[in-house]
Write a protein that binds this ligand. Structure first.
Ligand code: ARG
Length: 587
């Protein structure tokens, strides 16, 4: 049980003994760490409801807690706060238990439940943009966290492979005469195994096609037509599309792995296509889908709606399916295949209405009886101009280029800070890669996911302050202390109880790991882990600044401090790993 949870239970019991509700006994970290470790504000709320004096009530509760063996001190402060300090011996025992637990006390709240995490979501042939980057970073952190907390997780990249951009590409290729065989209506196959277009071709063809469609309604119409025919199953188009998907997947796999992001499934919008026909027939039969202006829609508005929720578009008048159609059918596919407890979509906040429509449609149609459907939206990564981040030339920044840029900046910073200076070039390059990625990921994750933030590599890359590189450096420093320590000291266990204020503060933070993990999971909020790990590193550096470790003369004290350092390192590395950040062996 987490320390906060344990304290809350005991304080709740005191409230219950006073005839009050147990929830009032919720204990939290003290607002003023200089006055107490923990506090409970429940007496204030209770006294208000009862119209009694909050200080008197708090005093009665405190009296009930006087003999609580966990506590070193209970007192009443201010208008009726109950302040609590835990006994050092209890902290030491809990720290010891934490050291010995294999999972560092991760809250096993998942207990075998299954979550499908839908994130990444790049589109075939279109370059990934910052929205996809954020989705990948946040989604990957959540998949690591869910797993650590005992969930079974299936992550799915959900490729955008069934929309208009496919028809745009097909008609562009037809016009340019690049692969005539795929357009020959009399040709019956087989089609070549080798793709007629490379990733570079696709990246050049798509913007050209998109621009042409924007400028010329006839081109747009041709693209629409091609999309509808592709979806209807025209063999040449399907074969060509298959090449686009395969070529894109290869490129994307490379990009994601350089970011350290892994997916269990590489499914796409098109994978749910075989289910769409029956699904739509069923929705029609039950009167849930209706025709409107030639299109097929599913009304999802509800009486209490504060703002208008438009119907979900299922089929266009030409029979083409849309983003909402494939998302709805994908729910059906996932439920049939995996029967998950949760499907979590980590997608740009601006798609909020889309998911509201899709979830309502799924519930109305009874597609997800058991699975909880949830959209965890995120804000935009902006450039210095306050608009979504672009390259200097105004284009979308490719993930590959972004990583390279971060690595170069990291190399510069390492040189400035005099770090890794005398290492071999390839080790330095590898450190720079890890530092660059850490800078980007930590900056992204440390904001609450729904807030927009400005991309500022300069700031993200600092070795001081709340950054990824600072935390990596903190871990590397502890590693180096441990490397220098005497092997006999490291093998020893100390019964010595560390009791300086700095050490106590550090131990308390270590003991709050499971609560940070639970909170981050409940709120789908990686920033809680970022706050936690930053605070941990700072508290360690205060100990380090205040006390000697290696130079401590008293062996029992030295051994105890080394244990604390080792434990801090273990937790630091563990939480950084949850954030998708690697720690170099040295720097
Ligand atoms: N491909 C989409 C986009 O680029 C994101 C997909 C998100 N996932 C989903 N199931 N809709 O906006």
């Amino acid at each position: 049980m987490g320390l906060l949870e344990d304290l809350s239970e005991r304080v709740s019991a005191a409230f219950v003994a006073e005839g009050l509700a147990a929830e009032l006994g919720q204990v939290r970290i003290a607002d003023r760490p200089d006055l107490a470790q923990f506090q409970c504000n429940g007496a204030l709320a209770a006294a208000k409801a009862l119209r009694t004096n909050p200080r008197d009530l708090a005093a009665r509760l405190a009296a009930r807690l006087k003999d609580e063996p966990l506590l070193a001190r209970v007192d009443v402060a201010g208008p009726g706060f109950i302040n609590l300090d835990v006994r050092d011996a209890v902290l030491a025992a809990r720290l010891r238990a934490l050291t010995q637990s294999a999972d560092l006390g991760a809250p096993q709240t998942g207990a075998g439940r299954l979550a499908i995490l839908d994130f990444g979501g790049p589109n075939v042939a279109k370059p990934m943009h910052v929205g996809h980057l954020r989705s990948s970073i946040i989604g990957d952190c959540l998949q690591r966290l869910f797993r650590a907390n005992g969930w079974r997780v299936i992550s799915d990249v959900h490729l955008g492979d069934w929309g208009l951009q496919m028809g745009q590409l097909i008609s562009e290729i037809e016009l340019r005469g690049l692969a005539p065989i795929y357009f020959d209506a009399r040709y019956e196959g087989p089609y070549p195994d080798q793709s007629p277009v490379s990733m570079d071709d696709l990246e050049a063809l798509y913007p050209a096609a998109a621009a042409a469609c924007k400028a010329d309604p006839a081109r747009l119409e041709a693209a629409r037509q091609a999309t509808a025919e592709l979806q209807a199953g025209r063999p040449g188009y399907r074969a060509l599309w298959q090449h686009f998907v395969r070529v894109s997947e290869q490129g994307l796999t490379r990009e994601f792995s350089s970011l350290g992001v892994h997916f269990d499934e590489w499914k796409g919008e098109a994978d749910a296509d075989p289910l769409i026909g029956d699904m739509i027939a069923d929705l029609k039969r039950r009167g849930l889908a209706v025709t409107s202006d030639g299109a097929l829609v599913m009304p999802v508005a509800e009486p209490g709606d504060k703002k208008e929720i438009p119907p979900l578009l299922l089929l266009k008048s030409d029979g083409a399916v849309l983003y909402g159609t494939t998302d709805l059918a994908t729910i059906l596919a996932r439920v049939r295949r995996h029967d998950p407890d949760l499907i979590l979509y980590i997608v740009d906040q601006r798609q909020h209405v889309h998911f509201e429509q899709v979830f309502r449609a799924a519930h109305k149609a009874g597609l997800a009886q058991r699975a909880h459907l949830e959209h965890a939206g995120f804000g935009t990564m902006n450039g210095p101009d306050g608009k979504p981040f672009k390259t200097r030339a105004g284009g979308v920044m490719k993930l590959h280029d972004l990583i390279a840029m971060a690595r170069d900046e990291a190399l510069k910073r390492l040189a400035e800070a005099g770090l890794a200076a005398d290492y071999a070039e390839d080790e330095r390059a590898e450190i720079a890669r890890k530092v660059g990625i850490a800078a980007i990921k930590f900056a992204d994750l440390s904001n609450h996911r729904t807030t927009d933030y400005v991309f500022d590599l300069n700031r993200f890359m600092r070795f001081e302050g709340k950054t990824g590189p600072y935390l990596q450096y903190a871990a590397v420093r502890i590693q180096s202390i441990l490397r220098k320590a005497d092997a006999a000291d490291l093998a020893e266990r100390s019964e010595h109880i560390l009791a300086s204020a700095e050490e106590r503060a550090l131990i308390l933070q270590l003991l709050l790991l499971s609560e940070a993990m639970a909170g981050a999971q409940d709120k789908r909020a990686p920033n809680i882990l970022c706050d936690y790990v930053f605070e941990l590193a700072q508290r360690f550096s205060r100990v380090y600044a205040a006390r000697h470790i290696l130079a401590e003369e008293d062996r029992a004290v030295r051994v105890a401090r080394l244990e604390l350092a080792r434990m801090t390192l273990a937790v630091l590395v563990y939480v950084l790993d949850l954030l998708g950040i690697e720690v170099p062996a040295r720097m």
